[in-house]
Design a protein around this ligand. Structure first.
Ligand code: UD1
Ligand code: CA
Length: 435
C-alpha cells in the first residue's frame, strides 16, 4: 500500500451527546473514542493530523497521554464551520489523504486499507434499511451524483437508504485545489466536505464508491450510539481472548477494558470487570469481582473481591469481600473480608477473616510488611508502618502497633471477666421495672 496522509476530524461540538465533555473524549472500553481512530490510523500512516476546536486543549492533553508524533490543528470554526471547514488549511505530506471522523471508534485499519483504489475520490457508502441521521448518496444511472445532508434533503431524497459512511480518500492535489470553492449555502450554514463529491463529478474526475459494512463505520452521535458501539467493541475484545484460550462465563455480563491482557488458562466468570492495564495470567476471576490496573498470576480471586490499582497477586487465594490496593501478595491466603492496602506479604502466610492494614494516618500512607508462614488471626489490625518477620502467630482480635520478631506470638487481649449468672440478674430486674 502506498503511503498516505490521514486527517481525523474531531472539532465538532457534539451537541447531540448532551454533555460538557467533548464528544470524542467519551469513552468506549475505558479509552476515549478518538483514541481508536488514531490507533488504527497509526498502523497505516506517519502523517496524522487531528482537527480540533471545541475544548481543544482538553482533547489534546488527553490524546497526548497515549500518542506522540500526531499533528494537531485548530479549525477556524468561527469563519468556516463544518466538515469541509475542518480540512481547510492542512497540507497533506503524501499524494493521497484519508479523511476519518473522530466519532467512529469501531473503524479498523483493515477496512481503511480497502480505500486503496485509484480515483480522485473514494467514498464509503452504506446500504442500510434506514439511513436516518446520515447524508444520503444520490445515485443516477449507477453513478454517484452527489451527497445530500439529511437536513437539506427533499422528502424524496430522505427515502434513499444509501448513506455516506463519512470516510473518504482524496487525491491531495484535488483537495487543496477545491476546498476554497466550498460554500455554506445549506440548512446548517456549514462548509460540507461532502460537496467536494459533486465538484469532482462536474470536473469529470474519477469517483469510486466503496461499499462498507455498518459495524465498522458506525458513527457515535448520542449516548445511545455510544452504548451500542461499546457493546460491539466489548464483543471484539472478548472474542480475541476466547480465541486465545480464555474461558468467559456468560460473556455478555463481563466488562474488559482496552489495554487489559489475559493469558494462559484463565477463567473469567460472569459480572467481572477488568480495568486499565491489568494482566491476568493463568488465573480464575470469580463472579462480580473487579480488577483494576493490577497483575494477577496463578491465583484465584473472588467472588466479589476488589483488586485495586498496583496490586500484584501471585500464586495467591483471594476470597470474597477482600479489597487490596498496592498489595504485593506472593503465595498468600486471604479468604474473607479483609482490607490489604500498601502491603507486602510473603509465601505461606494466612490472613484471617476481618484483617485490616491501617495504612492511612489521616495525612500519609504507610506500609505493612509481613514475612513467610505468618498466621494472622481473625479481626487483626496492623497499624502501619509495621514489619512482621517470618514464622509469627498473631492472636485473633489483635491490634498490631509495633514490629514482631521471627518466631514470636503477638497478641493484645483485654483480661476476660466472668460474672456468675449476671444475665438473669440483669434482665429479671428490667422485667420487674416494666411491670
Ligand atoms: C457527516 C457527513 C454525513 C455522513 C456522516 C457519517 C458532512 C457534511 N456530513 O455527518 O454525510 O453521513 O458524517 O457519520 O460531512 N467536525 C469537525 N468540524 C466541524 C464539524 C464536524 O471537525 O466543524 C467533525 C466532528 O467532530 C465529527 C465529524 O467531523 O468527528 C463528523 O461531524 P458530524 O457533525 O458528526 O457529522 P454528521 O452530521 O454525522
Ligand atoms: Ca457523525
Amino acid at each position: 500500500m502506498n503511503k498516505k496522509s490521514i486527517i481525523i476530524l474531531a472539532a465538532g461540538a457534539g451537541t447531540r451527546m448532551k454533555s460538557e465533555t467533548p464528544k470524542v473524549l467519551h469513552k468506549i472500553s475505558g479509552k476515549p473514542m478518538l483514541y481508536y481512530s488514531i490507533k488504527e490510523a497509526l498502523k497505516l500512516s506517519d502523517d496524522i493530523t487531528v482537527v480540533l476546536y471545541h475544548q481543544f486543549e482538553k482533547v489534546k492533553t488527553e490524546i497526548e497521554k497515549y500518542f506522540k508524533n500526531i499533528n494537531f490543528v485548530i479549525q477556524d470554526h468561527k469563519n468556516f464551520p463544518g466538515t469541509g471547514g475542518a480540512v481547510m488549511g492542512i497540507t497533506p505530506k503524501y499524494e493521497k489523504v484519508l479523511v476519518l471522523n473522530g466519532d467512529m471508534p469501531l473503524i479498523q485499519a483493515s477496512e481503511l486499507e480497502k480505500f486503496d483504489i485509484s480515483a480522485t475520490i473514494v467514498m464509503s457508502v452504506l446500504k442500510l434499511e434506514s439511513a436516518d441521521g446520515y447524508g444520503r448518496v444520490i445515485i443516477e444511472n449507477g453513478n454517484v451524483k452527489k451527497i445530500v445532508e439529511q437536513k437539506d434533503a427533499s422528502s424524496e431524497e430522505l427515502s434513499i437508504t444509501t448513506a455516506n459512511a463519512g470516510i473518504y480518500q482524496f487525491c491531495s492535489k484535488f483537495l487543496l485545489e477545491n476546498l476554497a470553492k466550498l460554500d455554506n449555502n445549506n440548512a446548517q450554514k456549514e462548509y460540507y466536505i461532502t460537496d467536494l463529491v459533486e465538484m469532482a463529478i462536474s470536473q469529470g474526475k474519477v469517483l469510486k464508491p466503496l461499499i462498507v459494512n455498518e459495524e465498522n463505520f458506525k458513527g457515535v452521535n448520542s449516548k445511545v450510539e455510544l452504548a451500542d458501539a461499546e457493546v460491539i467493541h466489548q464483543n471484539r475484545i472478548k472474542k480475541e481472548f476466547m480465541k486465545a484460550g480464555v474461558i468467559f462465563r456468560l460473556p455478555d455480563t463481563i466488562y474488559i477494558e482496552e489495554g487489559v491482557e489475559i493469558k494462559g488458562e484463565s477463567i473469567i466468570e460472569n459480572g467481572v470487570s477488568i480495568l486499565g492495564n491489568s494482566k491476568i495470567i493463568n488465573s480464575h476471576i470469580k463472579t462480580n469481582s473487579v480488577v483494576e490496573n493490577s497483575i494477577v498470576e496463578n491465583s484465584d480471586v473472588g467472588p466479589m473481591a476488589r483488586i485495586r490499582p498496583e496490586s500484584k497477586i501471585i500464586s495467591t487465594h483471594i476470597g470474597n469481600f477482600v479489597e487490596t490496593k498496592k498489595a504485593i501478595l506472593t503465595g498468600v491466603k486471604a479468604g474473607h473480608l479483609s482490607y490489604l492496602g500498601d502491603c507486602v506479604i510473603d509465601e505461606g502466610t494466612n490472613i484471617g477473616c476481618g484483617t485490616i492494614t491501617c495504612n492511612y494516618d489521616g495525612v500519609n500512607k504507610h506500609q505493612t510488611i509481613i514475612g513467610k508462614n505468618v498466621f494472622v488471626g481473625s479481626d487483626t489490625q496492623f497499624v502501619a508502618p509495621v514489619t512482621i518477620e517470618d514464622d509469627v502467630i498473631i492472636g485473633a482480635g489483635t491490634t498490631v502497633t509495633g514490629n514482631v520478631k521471627k518466631g514470636d506470638l503477638y497478641l493484645t487481649r483485654a483480661k476476660t471477666k466472668t460474672i456468675d449468672g449476671y444475665f438473669y440478674k440483669h434482665f429479671a430486674k428490667k422485667t420487674n421495672e416494666k411491670k
